[in-house]
Design a protein around this ligand. Structure first.
Ligand code: NAD
Length: 496
């Protein structure tokens, strides 16, 4: 990990902003519309930033278009671009504490998770993408079948619309902006209205790193602003992370306009506990992979598949794990489960707990109502359901909160079948004393990523979803390739 500056808490009056980052400048908004950022813990407004409207997006796209069509950035060498991104990496490393704190303030991510993942992981992505860019086949000759040589070039795809969600806002912003930069693209990013603050810090770091004007432009706004950006004729590619519902709409529009598009969407991942699993180690793993970020994680292991012979044991162990997690103020380092991002999310998660009860599932721990000792904030009690059938809505639909269902299976084949009986295909895990048996399961589950006795994403490798979990991949050389168009240049065979 990098050496970061000593972190001093950010003062409350430093959070308000009155401009967007467009064309390398802090630009005045087109309207007086304001986003109020509300603390999910106190329910008080903690910051005000301008709300991006279509006219702001138009200005940002015009700047990105100019920077792509006429500016130096797409014409620089990969080595020159790497140098700028390397400067960004150094600057980013020094601000990890600030970045994590901003994310905790705006969307309530527990500081324990924010400092472990919300800001270090984007920094690791930057470093991983730099390494990938060094070896990437930007221009490579290959022998043709006609005796000639073919030159295959990866050229920048153009102006990219980068649209992240609020749950891991930097993780999903950096995963788009950095490969786009390294590939020579220009970008208009639209952070979610729940989490605009971290993006302002990124804009400052990009500026300080010497990214030329117009190469990255940042305008926060809501769904309609995002839709305007996606449909904008000046955009060549859309890189989106968010819900499957929005992904379908965006994918349809990109299909119609033949825009390139990558979609990182929802999940309903299954953790398969094999009958030889060490339950202590398994519970340590699930404590993190099922409940990280208060359950607001696309890769959360929200279906736990237990062998019928050990079903009661797994249910008890998981219930004890969930009940032991401190719930409360996300700024408290001891907190493991913080609030939901918004009241509507608290209501949504609570309504799923009611749906589960209505479907005949049994709450073993948690349930509706506020966690003990809390009387404000958008909290939900960490909840474990037993007696869940995989066809129930709580087992099929993404809840996006600290709610996990335990489902019984008979035999590994049935476990794999249940894991695959889902519209989604983002992630999964298997927990076993026999790694070879785990790998065998991993090969059969139809998801884009999989963990054997762990789920630690590695930015050297592609990440993304099968089925309704998305299209395309982020990270790894495969992720870099998504920001390129491939061109083949034919040359005549050598004379004689
Ligand atoms: P969301 O789809 O409501 O919004 C995501 C972003 O898209 C926001 O910035 C939003 O303003 C914008 N947006 C929404 N509709 C749009 C449209 N029609 N056109 C353009 N922009 C639009 O999702 P959310 O509630 O912010 O995030 C939670 C979802 O994100 C969950 O489903 C989660 O699984 C998913 N997610 C997926 C990954 C992944 O890598 N697969 C990672 C994190 C989150």
């Amino acid at each position: 990990m990098p050496q970061t500056q000593d972190h001093r808490p950010i003062s409350a009056d430093a959070l308000d902003r009155d401009s967007f980052y467009i064309d390398g400048r802090w630009a005045r908004p087109a309207t007086g519309d304001v986003i109020e950022v509300v603390s999910p813990h106190t329910e008080q407004v903690v910051a005000r930033v301008p709300e991006g409207r279509p006219a702001d997006i138009d200005a940002a796209v015009a700047a990105a278009r100019r920077a792509f069509d006429e500016g130096p950035w797409p014409r620089t060498s990969p080595a020159e671009r790497i140098e700028v991104v390397q400067r960004l990496s150094h600057l980013y490393a020094a601000r990890l504490g600030d970045m994590a704190e901003l994310i905790t303030i705006e969307m309530g991510s527990p500081t324990s998770f924010a400092n472990l993942a919300q800001s270090p992981a984007p920094w690791m992505q930057i470093e991983a993408f730099i390494a990938i860019a060094r070896d990437f086949p930007w221009e490579a000759a290959r022998p043709g079948v006609l005796g000639s040589e073919v030159l295959v070039r990866h050229e920048p795809v153009g102006v990219v619309a980068a649209i992240p969600p609020w749950n891991v806002p930097q993780f999903t912003l950096v995963s788009k902006v950095v490969p786009a930069l390294l590939a020579g693209c220009t970008v208009v990013a639209k952070p979610a209205p729940e989490s605009p603050l971290d993006a302002y810090l990124l804009a400052e770091l990009l500026d300080e790193a010497g990214v030329p004007p117009g190469v990255v432009n940042i305008v926060a706004g809501g769904r309609e602003t995002g839709a305007h950006l996606v449909a904008h004729p000046g955009i060549d590619k859309v890189a989106f992370t968010g819900s499957t519902a929005a992904g379908r709409t965006i994918g349809a529009l990109c299909g119609e306009q033949l825009k390139r598009c990558s979609l990182e969407l929802g999940g309903k991942s299954a953790a398969i506990v094999l009958d030889d699993a060490d339950l202590t180690a398994t519970m340590e793993g699930l404590r993190f992979t099922s409940f990280m970020n208060s359950g607001q994680a696309c890769v959360a292991q929200t279906r736990v598949l237990a062998p019928r012979s050990r079903y009661a044991e797994v249910v008890d162990a998981l219930a004890q794990t969930a009940a032991s997690m401190p719930v409360g103020d996300p700024a408290d380092p001891a907190t493991e489960v913080g609030p939901m991002v918004a009241r509507r999310q608290q209501e949504r998660v609570t309504s799923y707990i009611e749906i589960g009860l209505g479907e005949g599932a049994r709450v073993v721990t948690g349930g509706t109502g506020m966690p003990e000792g809390l009387d404000r904030g958008w909290y939900v009690r960490p909840t474990v359901f037993a007696d869940v059938d995989n066809r129930m809505r709580i087992a099929q639909e993404e809840i996006f909160g600290p709610v996990v269902s335990v489902i019984a299976y008979d035999g590994v084949d049935e476990a794999v079948r249940i894991a695959n009986d889902s519209d989604y295909g983002l992630a999964g895990t298997v927990w076993t004393a026999d790694v070879a048996a785990g790998l065998d399961v991993a090969r059969q589950v139809r998801t884009g990523t999989y963990g054997v006795n762990t789920y630690t994403m590695d930015f050297a490798a592609p990440f993304g979803g099968f089925k309704a979990s998305g299209l395309g991949r982020e990270f790894g050389p495969e992720g870099m390739a998504q920001y390129t168009e491939v061109k083949s240049i034919y040359t005549p065979p050598p004379a004689g």
